[in-house]
Design a protein around this ligand. Sequence first.
Ligand SMILES: [Zn+2]
Length: 282
Amino acid sequence: MKQLLQHSGIDFSRLPQSVILESGNEQSRLRAAELLAAAAQCTQADAPCLECAVCRKVLARNHPDVKIISPLKDRTTVSVAQAREVRSDAYIKAHEGRSKVYLFDQAQALTPEAQNAMLKVIEEPPSGSLFVFCLPAAGALLETIRSRSNTVALPAEEEQKSKGVREKLEDAVTLLSDAVIARDEADMMAALIPLEKDRQRMLDAMELIGLVLRDAVALRDGQPLLSGMPQAAQRLGSALQKDVLIRLLCCISPLRDYLELNGKPSLATAKLAGDFMTILYN
Ligand SMILES: [Zn+2]
């Protein structure tokens, strides 16, 4: 990944201050972001060395000067209040690191207002600060943010390797969307059960389901789509009301948190189907 970023024009000894990492693969985006954060903090000659105490702290997401900004619990967006907090925090000196890093791991969730609130600080970033935006497609960010950032589209080869995996995920999510429209709990579970052997696969499926639901809402507002599954989004969008779609979407992030904390994939499947049914029948 380090070489991959270098090939994409990142000079680790002279990091840009605002970087957009674009990839359809969530894991690639996050790995790239962690490398940038480590590079900003590591004091070794070949930063990021990924071996020193500083790098390890960053990789363990345990570094006080590397902040990860995601939607708050039960929310699907990163709010303007969160963005303002970042803006003022960026001017405060680092606790122990060389740099203050703000990593937006789901930058597609930034509202336009939140992006606007950060425009100034991205335009004239305090020295040593680094802003990293991870998302499937840079187009989801405002042009004003994009024009002030270096966009790195992570090369397709990485994603190519996992093409078979991606297809299986899309199949599962298509089945799941159809089961949601049919309000069929058994079919919802049947769509996810083949993925249960692999926790990461389940996490990827949850992300994709979330994106499709988000797209189903976005379609109504003429916003750009992010999931790469426009047909599924279209079908969900015409079958369900906007508030139902949003409530379904809100089920996803607690399930992802649960899986991230080594939760059982089979319980996540059952919980998702149960939560979805409750919403669909209310
Ligand atoms: Zn290091």
